[in-house]
Design a binder for this molecule. Structure first.
Ligand code: BEZ
Length: 211
C-alpha cells in the first residue's frame, strides 16, 4: 500500500549533488520537503528546479529543508545544474538525489506505472520534525507544480501543529482561522480569550494565533 499521511517517512541512503546522505540524519529534526521530478534535461523540470532555488530563502525562513530527486545518475545532475542556472537565473542551492536504481522512488511510491513505468511522477512529500508524513501530492509529468502553494500548506501545517485550529479555503498567513471542531466552547474560551465569531455552532472563526 502506498504511503499515507501520518506514516513514518522511510529512511534511505542516497547519493546527492551535495554528497551522500542518510535521509533521517539529513532531516535532523527539521521539517523537510522531498520532491521528485521525472527526468533531467526536460523543460518543465528545469523551470521547477529554478523556482525551488529562488524560493529557498522562504523554505529556510520556515525551518524547512528541501531535497529533489530524479532517477538519472549523479554525473548528469551536475551538467543539468548549469542549464538550470543559465535559463532560470537561479543556481541549485539544495541537494538533488540521484536514484538510478529507483530505491528511493519505490520506497515512496513515486513511480506510477500506469502513467509511466520508468520515470517518476511529480511527487511532493512534506515531512514533520517527528519524521511523519504530513502531506503528499502527485502531479503528472506534463504539469509543473506551484511551489508557492507548497509554502502556503507548510504555513498551515506549522500553525495547526501548535494551535487547535484549522485553516479555511484559500487561507494565507495572517487570515482568520477556524477553531478546531474538537474543542468545546468552554475549552475554546480558555484558548482563545479574544473570542470568535460563530457563523454556525461548528464554524467558529477567530484571528490567527501568533506562532
Ligand atoms: C518536463 O519536465 O518537461 C517533462 C518531463 C517528462 C515528461 C514530460 C515533460
Amino acid at each position: 500500500m502506498s504511503l499515507q499521511l501520518g506514516d513514518p517517512a522511510p529512511d534511505f541512503k542516497a547519493e546527492t549533488t551535495q554528497g551522500p546522505i542518510r535521509f533521517h540524519e539529513w532531516i535532523d529534526g527539521s521539517w523537510a520537503v522531498l520532491f521528485s521530478h521525472p527526468k533531467n534535461f526536460t523543460p518543465v523540470c528545469t523551470t521547477e528546479l529554478g523556482e525551488v532555488a529562488r524560493l529557498k530563502p522562504e523554505f529556510d525562513k520556515r525551518g524547512v529543508k528541501v531535497i529533489g530527486l530524479s532517477v538519472d545518475p549523479l554525473a548528469e545532475h551536475g551538467v543539468w545544474a548549469k542549464d538550470i542556472e543559465e535559463t532560470q537565473g537561479h543556481a541549485l542551492n539544495f541537494p538533488l538525489i540521484a536514484d538510478p536504481d529507483r530505491t528511493v522512488s519505490d520506497l515512496y511510491g513515486m513511480v506510477h506505472p500506469n502513467a509511466d513505468d520508468t520515470l517518476t511522477v511529480r511527487s511532493v512529500f512534506v515531512i514533520g520534525p517527528d519524521r511523519k508524513l504530513k502531506l503528499s501530492i502527485n502531479y503528472p509529468a506534463s504539469t509543473g507544480r506551484n511551489f508557492e502553494e507548497i509554502l502556503r500548506v507548510i504555513d498551515s501545517l506549522q500553525l495547526t501543529a501548535h494551535h487547535s485550529v484549522a485553516t479555511p479555503v484559500n487561507w494565507r498567513q495572517g487570515d482568520e482561522v477556524i477553531i478546531a471542531p474538537s474543542l468545546s466552547d468552554e475549552q475554546a474560551r480558555e484558548r482563545f480569550p479574544g473570542g470568535w465569531k460563530a457563523l454556525k455552532p461548528y464554524l467558529r472563526v477567530t484571528p490567527q494565533p501568533r506562532t
